[in-house]
Design a protein around this ligand. Structure first.
Ligand SMILES: C[S@@+](CC[C@H](N)C(=O)[O-])C[C@H]1O[C@@H](n2cnc3c(N)ncnc32)[C@H](O)[C@@H]1O
Length: 207
C-alpha cells in the first residue's frame, strides 16, 4: 500500500526488490503477507485439518490460500474484503465493508449459523501517512474484527488480529486477556520494521 509522500515509482521499486514479494511470486502465493501467517502458524500451530476459519481483510488472498491448504477438504475458509477476491479453491469469497451490517448478514449466511474455530483479521486502513490517524483507523478495524470474533468463535477458538501500536493498544490487549486463555503479541519477520503493525494472537476463547 503506497504511503503518501513516497512516490509511486520508489514504492514500486522497493516492492519488486523485496525478497518476500519475489518468494511469494516464485511459490505461487497471492501476497507477501502469506509469510507473516506462515511464520505465526509454524510457531504457534494455529491451523490444522478440519478447522472452520474466517479471514477478514483477505484480498488478494495469500492468507486464505494458505489457510485453505492447511484445513483441507474437511475444513472451511470464508474470506471477506472490501475488494473483490479472485476465486480460490476451497474458499468462499465475500465482498463488502466489514463495518456494515450487510457484511455481518452475508457472513452469517455463509456460515449457516455455525461457530468457527479461528478468526483471522489482516484488515488494514489505507495509510494516510499521518501516524495517529492510521493508528486510530487500524484500532477501529481491529475492534470490528473483535466484536465479530466474540460472536462467531466456538469456546476454545483462536483470534489473530493485526493492530497498529499506539493509543488504545494496551486496552485492546487487556480486553483480549479477559476473554481468552492466552494472549501474545507477534511481529513476524515479513512485517517491515518501520511498520507499526503487530499481530495479537488470542487463544482459547472463553464464551
Ligand atoms: C494487508 S491487506 C490483506 C492481505 C491478505 N492478508 C493477503 O494475504 O492477501 C489488508 C486488506 O484489508 C482490507 N480492508 C480494509 N478495510 C476493510 C473493511 N472495512 N472491510 C473489509 N476489508 C477491509 C483491504 O481492502 C485490504 O485488502
Amino acid at each position: 500500500m503506497p504511503k503518501r509522500g513516497k512516490s509511486s515509482a520508489s514504492w514500486l521499486r522497493e516492492h519488486f526488490s523485496d525478497p518476500y514479494v519475489q518468494r511469494a511470486k516464485a511459490e505461487g502465493w497471492r501476497s507477501r503477507a502469506v509469510f507473516k501467517l506462515q511464520e505465526i502458524d509454524e510457531r504457534d500451530r494455529l491451523l490444522r485439518p478440519g478447522l472452520k476459519v474466517v479471514d477478514l481483510g483477505a484480498a488478494p488472498g495469500g492468507w486464505s490460500q494458505y489457510a485453505a491448504r492447511k484445513v483441507g477438504s474437511q475444513g472451511r475458509v470464508v474470506a471477506f474484503d472490501l475488494l473483490p477476491i479472485t476465486p480460490l479453491p476451497g474458499v468462499v469469497c465475500l465482498q463488502g465493508d466489514f463495518r456494515e451490517r450487510e457484511a455481518l448478514d452475508a457472513m452469517s449466511e455463509a456460515l449457516a449459523g455455525q461457530r468457527v474455530d479461528l478468526v483471522l483479521s489482516d484488515m488494514a486502513p489505507n495509510t494516510s501517512g499521518v501516524e495517529a490517524v492510521d493508528q486510530i483507523r487500524s484500532l477501529a478495524l481491529a475492534e470490528t474484527a473483535e466484536s465479530f470474533a466474540v460472536d462467531a468463535l466456538q469456546p476454545g477458538g483462536d483470534f489473530l488480529v493485526k493492530l497498529f501500536q499506539g493509543p488504545g493498544f494496551d486496552d485492546f490487549v487487556r480486553r483480549m486477556r479477559e476473554r481468552f486463555g492466552k494472549v501474545v503479541v507477534r511481529k513476524p519477520k515479513a512485517s517491515r520494521d518501520r511498520s507499526p503493525e503487530v499481530y495479537l494472537l488470542a487463544r482459547n476463547y472463553a464464551l
